[in-house]
Ligand binder design. Sequence first.
Ligand code: C5P
Length: 292
Amino acid sequence: MAGGPGMKSLYDVLAPAKLNTFLHIVGRRADGYHLLQSVFMLIDWCVTLHLELRRDGQISRSDEVADLALPADDLCVRAARALQAATGTKLGAHIHLHKRIPAQAGMGGGSSDAAACLLALARLWQVKLPRKQLAELALQLGADVPFFLLGRHAWVEGIGQELQPVILPPARFWVLKPPVGLSTPAIFGSPELKRDSEAATILGFAALGPEQIFEFGRNDLQPVAQKLCPDIDQGLKWLADRCLQGRMTGSGSAVFAHLPNEGAANTGLSKPADGWTARVCSTLEVHPLADW
Ligand code: C5P
């Protein structure tokens, strides 16, 4: 996927998903955004992006899901336009997405695509922004986008922009996505959301043993999501029936469970019911574009 001077396309650019090992809401800003503490973990469930240079300056987008109506404010297109504006380049691109991460899952699919577009387009257009400016641009696209630029598992604070790399033991997880997705603003906006969790410390987290790391804390968004989406309970029960402790990621609706040993995934290629997506994923130590 690397290219040299005068390159016209970048193929098979990988944009991985994330899981939140825990997610605590510790406050709310005046603008409504929530202050959180979380560990964002990269996993090997990836979208593949293909990018073609356009010399007419236009940004266009296609998707392998032919009948998928692309939103007018598609995050990849917004990322591309923001990079054009910040660098002043006259070049454009066609962006094609292949093998999507489920949307409205809490797995950061759209945010990861946007971060990968920023990095790949900077390479395709041969433009360079200072890292700090790129991170600011990413934050304007979405609170989760800066994490995917960092390219490592991270302890995350603020609204998602204060990032410190953390080391996690290599691990595998069942990841289950129900047919129904959840809207992030609806979950964060719920009057029932607990917004006053006690602050934890990265030092306390880093001192946990490998057996405790994935059990630490909880997801404060989960009770609200469970009320809106009963499928979440079904997913958690499916995991519990396999002696696995499930938890929701991000604002849902996907749930996941750590597989404590090699044998635990040998439960057959089953899933809770028709319409669900289920797969066993592994941690990714670094983002595939970490040194771009
Ligand atoms: O930043 P992003 O567009 O991904 O966020 C989607 C919505 O989620 C925001 O409009 C906001 O309602 C909510 N949100 C929040 N606090 C965060 C992240 C997201 O309230 N830290």
